[in-house]
Design a protein around this ligand. Structure first.
Ligand code: HEC
Length: 175
């Protein structure tokens, strides 16, 4: 009797997981896409390697930073602390909007990743003021991790036109 109950619970869980796995992705608004493009002008997820290797196949290289704009990594190697302070503020503002989006959609891990991004951008700003280069580098890695983790779990590529969409459900649910 008890086993039967456990079995049917397992079946129910499996059904819910299967449903989560086939969630229909959501199209991003222009505003959301522009936020992401602004992120990409500050954080180059190809770490500058996009031009040399696999340029055409690297999805992170598809969005180009605006001409003349510098990424946080470039500002860091130029030791441009004023530029880094402004850049980390801009990134923090982007992450606050990303947080608002995921909070509204009740996407728990998207919310947590956006909050981690806010924290990392805040850490970067503090490290910049202290001219603490190690702290800046640590914050840069923490920022990039939030981008990659979110894309792995929440960014869906539409194969028919290579556009991106959003997978809202938490990734714990699909594992
Ligand atoms: C909380 C989740 C999340 C975080 C954090 C995040 N992204 Fe995204 N990103 C997405 C989703 C979902 C899409 C797909 C929808 C879209 O294209 O806007 C996307 C799309 C993109 C795109 C393609 C935009 C387009 O033209 O459609 C770029 C570029 C991008 N992200 C860069 C970044 C960078 C750089 C960071 C870190 C600084 C970052 N993202 C952080 C979820 C996230």
């Amino acid at each position: 009797m008890r086993n039967g109950f456990v079995l049917s619970l397992t079946a129910l869980t499996a059904a819910i997981l299967a449903f989560a796995a086939v969630e229909k992705p959501t199209k991003p608004s222009e505003e959301y896409k522009n936020l992401m493009r602004s992120n990409a002008s500050l954080v180059d997820l190809t770490a500058g390697s996009g031009n040399a290797l696999g340029r055409d196949t690297n999805i992170e290289a598809r969005v180009q930073a605006e001409a003349g704009s510098k990424t946080l990594r470039e500002l860091f190697s130029d030791k441009d602390y004023a530029g880094l302070a402004a850049g980390s503020d801009k990134l923090k503002a982007n992450y606050e909007k990303i947080l608002a989006f995921w909070t509204d959609k009740k996407g728990d891990d998207g919310t947590a990743l956006a909050q981690a991004g806010i924290n990392a951008a805040t850490d970067m700003h503090a490290a910049v003021l202290a001219k603490n280069d190690k702290g800046i580098a640590v914050a840069q890695s923490a920022i990039e991790k939030t981008c990659r983790d979110c894309h792995t779990h929440h960014r869906v590529i539409v194969l028919t036109d290579s556009s991106f969409q959003i997978r809202l459900s938490s990734f714990e649910a699909a594992n």
